[in-house]
Design a protein around this ligand. Sequence first.
Ligand code: IVH
Length: 669
Amino acid sequence: MPADKKTIDKAKKLRDRILDADHKYYVLSKPDIDDYTYDMLMKELQELEKQYPELRTPDSPTQRVGNDLSNEFPTVIHEVPMLSLSNSYDENDLDEFDRRINNLLKGVDYQYVCELKFDGIAVSLTYRNGLLVQGATRGDGSRGDEITNNLKTVRSIPLRLDKNIDIEVRGEVFFMLKEFFRINEEQEAEGRPRYANPRNTAAGSLKLKDSREVAARKLNMYCYSLRFLDAKEHTKLVSHYDNMQFLKKLRFPVNDNTKVVKNIGEVKRFCEETEANRDELPYEIDGVVVKIDSLKQQEKIGSIAKSPRWAIAYKFKAKQAVTKLKDITLQVGRIGTITPVAELEPVFLAGSTISRATLHNSDEIERKDIRVNDYVKIEKGGDVIPKVVEVVKERRAKNSRPFKMPEKCPVCRQPIHRPDGEANHYCTNVMCPAQVQGRIEHFVARSAMDIEGLGYQIVEKFIQLGYLKDITDIYKLRSKEKELKSLERFGAKSIDNILNSVERSKERPFDKVLYSIGIRHVGDRTAKILARQFKDIDNLINAKAEDIEKIHEVGPRIAESVYDFFHTKTNLQMIEKLRKAGLKFESEKSSAGSNKFEGLTFVLTGTLEKYKREEAQEIIESLGGKASSSVSKKTSYVLAGSDAGSKLTKAKELGVKVITEDEFEKMVK
Ligand code: IVH
């Protein structure tokens, strides 16, 4: 039976009341009802929706608690790329920036707006008709992951607006420090490792497959940009500051530590004061963002490739702390690199507790004269990995002990070697368990063969038990099914999952296989380029180093490493085994032998019926073409699906050829 009018009204009332409470609690920090009442309202709404599923609207607050559908993250193209900011580190850099602005605006008056630079993850929210319809990560700036369900769990993000407008809002998702600490306490209580820092934890949380888990993590957001999707939309808003106030009225979370200032001197003062008080904020910031306030002037000044010229980030100096270096241990990576690691007396620094820091290599230790039992100054810069800056010499103890690189690998006890001209030492034994473990972890990673269930501890255990001696053994696990299932602490179900995932990985395309086998200096991008150029593994095996080097974007260092890899007997044996196991060692047929899209640039727009966007992009790239996110005179074709918007208009304006999916399909064939 469908819900009657009274029930429909009741559900709406409940939704409105809860969304209003969310805003008061999460944005204004002024709750107006207690937790119990809130929970009761939510429960009532959930019951109603359970009884009448048609009442479960996309803007219902019940959507914030997540659901058990496993998220997949299709790629979305950002219509306007999500740029980054150029950095400045001191007053001189700011003066320089101001001079450039002065020149670009030719003496016309201007104002700056100073904002906090939140240390989180950039996201984009799209509202159509006032309804949140899409949430996405920044990704590489032109394409990100669609994470709508996960973003809906962020309680400060409005699910519906009072105005029926089409807008894109961008901002930063982050953790309040209190929440981050709470999560870490929970981790500890449950015997799981602590998270390193709020920023990475926020990034990881947004990519969780189960939105209920995301909901449990109580992420937060501040918005810092607004764009009307309808180009015709004329608004009275003329400045960035106005835009932000407009967003605030629409109940978006907008930070109040913002200031419009008249000159660069005042900018500097804002930066100085903010840096001095940064520790008082309940969240982490890593600088100040300075923007030209007038939207017209922003447009006039424009952008360069990666960042706008009308804005700059003023980065704070890295935070430092002093602590005792208890020991220096060695880590062996997947290609045998031996990295010395500082084991520290745990110390709190910039949002997390630090107990280890990299020491890079033995030269570095010698140069800085770092000894065990020293007090050292550590800092966390732009990188997440903390580093040891220097020794506090005044506090050097009598028992301080200089470090000496051992002659044998700490894991397998085989000799270690330092090649001429290199700063690193290497374990030379390819069978070293640490290397094997590293290679297997790389191989199964999501960005590589994407084999689920083979986490760090399981891999370690399987290596110990002799089931995994190298990556090829992964494809022999099925023959050990019985033994694996009888292992203590492994459920039959989790073994089934692993085996199924191993089977599925055989479908991974050639470029992923090439990336996964762990050729030094070959990241996923280089693997893509090599796969496209050489089509199959035999061409690559037979290629001369100079042939490889000739390829655009492949330098001599990569070429040499690729050449060496394919001239090592054990590697060729490994490839044969993987080939027999059924892995793909050639590019898909459609692309093999054809580069017919070479030199062509495509822009996709609207909803495609036959392909996912990601697929269409892959086809274009596999045929040597480029998929771009914005239409220009250089665009060869705009592939338009239904509901195509501004890009289609632009294509027509510029006289760029527009094609349908059918036409595209013909071109591909
Ligand atoms: S404006 C085109 N404002 O910093 C300019 N960005 O290094 C786009 N960020 O990717 C950014 N706080 O994730 C802007 N108040 C703020 C910001 C901010 C943090 C992040 C953002 C961006 C990165 C650039």
